[in-house]
Design a protein around this ligand. Structure first.
Ligand SMILES: [Zn+2]
Length: 101
């Protein structure tokens, strides 16, 4: 009996870890999840507004901005952490200036 409970707990833990990994994988695919797929914004001032509207993929909590990093022309990496579950993430932005055609 005790052995079966341990086995079940192990299976549950493994499933929970897989779920966390799957959510992280999905988060990397959406815009902002990687340098290759940045969120395009019209100015740096918009970045924090956008972050405020993005829920944590793990718990849907709000992000707190830790650091802005300048990653070359127009590229910003913003380190954030979830206020609820503490998950840290880097969000990628590209500042696109509207140029007249
Ligand atoms: Zn969270």
């Amino acid at each position: 009996m005790a052995k079966r409970e341990r086995t079940e707990r192990r299976i549950e833990e493994r499933a929970a870890k897989k779920l966390v990994r799957d959510r992280e994988k999905l988060a990397a695919l959406v815009p902002g999840g990687s340098q290759e797929h940045p969120i395009e914004v019209s100015s740096a001032a918009v970045i924090e507004v956008r972050i405020g509207s993005m829920p944590c993929p793990q718990c849907e909590g709000e992000y707190r901005v830790i650091d802005h990093r300048f990653e070359g022309a127009g590229h910003r990496a913003v380190d954030v952490a979830c206020r609820l579950c503490g998950t840290k993430r880097t969000l990628w932005f590209r500042i696109v200036v509207d140029e007249p055609n």
